[in-house]
Design a protein around this ligand. Structure first.
Ligand SMILES: [Zn+2]
Length: 338
């Protein structure tokens, strides 16, 4: 099969690799769509992914082969590439290792994932893709689930005002999930025009441009002069974590979703007097995927404004796509169609 193998030094090469064969209790999924995640872009930019790995963890596909003893899947079943419940002993290290560090421990070497025609999974790993959810939408279930987790971990209550910093895919899902969870208003900060426009189309009550002076003050004014109750940091740009603290209301909460891979400075004396709270959210748990799929199926979470025909690329276009995404991008979401 063909796969985009990371070679190190910001180089992805599409080449022939052995097509995986399912062992007992395993399935092989033919990948329908695999969305490009900001985490993969960071792993490429900072050369963190070990050479020889195949990245790609946001995907949908079809069960192509089943191994011995597999009873829950049959060939042809449509699946989402994750979200299953791990049996005891197979839980991910991020949930079991009390000192898990994503930067140093998050990228297993040799792992072959879904920037490829086929991907090998344990039979418990995928979840069923319900009728009424397209293969394209299902590929974005994982980033949606990331924001479901963040909103559920937050102290956001029905009627609260919210700010979302950054309108990449995570910010755009966060906006919609916060609304679905009862936010009275969601204000978005985003400098790139195409992403700001997607935020407007997806229901943002206001979108401000952080490159302009007074953008944060505008959100404070819109929230009645106090600042939003909860601020979700979805940008990981220079200074956005500090912006989140500067923006949030007294005793409000900053929720970190986006991961900065470089030191980011904060000036606590500016905002500590408002006695703000801080909550980090990382990854997903199976219930987050179930809730995300429900939100997608019910139409409470939309993706059309995030996806453009130019955003769909063949496997052969992956190097150019990553090179484009390390710069401030006018694309909202890019998706590989292997
Ligand atoms: Zn992701």
């Amino acid at each position: 099969m063909r796969a985009a193998v990371y070679k190190g030094n910001q180089k992805l090469v599409v080449e022939e690799v052995p097509t995986p064969a399912p062992g007992p209790g395993q399935v092989v999924v033919k990948v329908s769509y695999c969305a490009i995640c900001g985490t993969d872009v960071h792993a490429f930019l900072y050369d963190i992914a070990p050479a020889g790995t195949v990245m790609g963890h946001e995907y949908s596909g079809i069960i192509d082969r089943v191994g011995a003893g597999v009873t829950r899947w049959k060939v042809g079943d449509r699946v989402v590439g994750g979200g299953g419940t791990a049996p005891p002993g197979s839980e991910p290290a991020q949930r079991t290792d009390p000192r898990f560090n994503y930067r140093t421990m998050g990228f297993a070497s040799g792992r072959l994932r879904a920037y490829a025609e086929y991907v090998l999974m344990e039979e418990w790993e995928p979840i069923v893709l319900p009728d009424g959810v397209s293969d394209e939408a299902a590929a974005l279930c994982e980033p949606c689930a990331v924001t479901v987790r963040a909103v559920r971990l937050s102290q956001m209550k029905l009627g609260d005002s919210v700010a979302v910093l950054g309108a990449g895919p995570i910010g755009l899902f966060c906006l919609q999930v916060a609304k679905a969870a009862g936010a009275s208003a969601v204000y978005v900060s985003e400098p790139v025009a195409a992403r700001a426009e997607a935020a407007r189309r997806l229901g943002a009550d206001a979108v401000v441009d952080p490159a302009k002076d007074g953008a944060l003050e505008e959100i404070v004014a819109l929230s009645g002069g106090t600042g939003p109750d909860v601020v979700f940091e979805c940008a990981a740009a220079k200074g956005t974590l500090d912006d989140a603290f500067n923006l949030v209301r007294r005793h409000g909460e900053v929720v970190l979703i986006a991961l900065a891979w470089e030191p980011t400075s904060v000036l606590p004396v500016d905002w500590a007097a408002r006695e703000v709270k801080f909550q980090a959210s990382f990854g997903t748990a199976p219930e987050d995927w179930r809730i995300a799929l429900d939100l997608i199926q019910s139409g409470k979470v939309q993706m059309a404004p995030m996806l453009s025909e130019a955003g769909f690329i063949p496997l052969d276009g992956i190097q150019e796509a990553f090179e484009a995404l390390v710069k401030p991008s006018n694309q909202v979401q890019m998706v590989v169609r292997p």
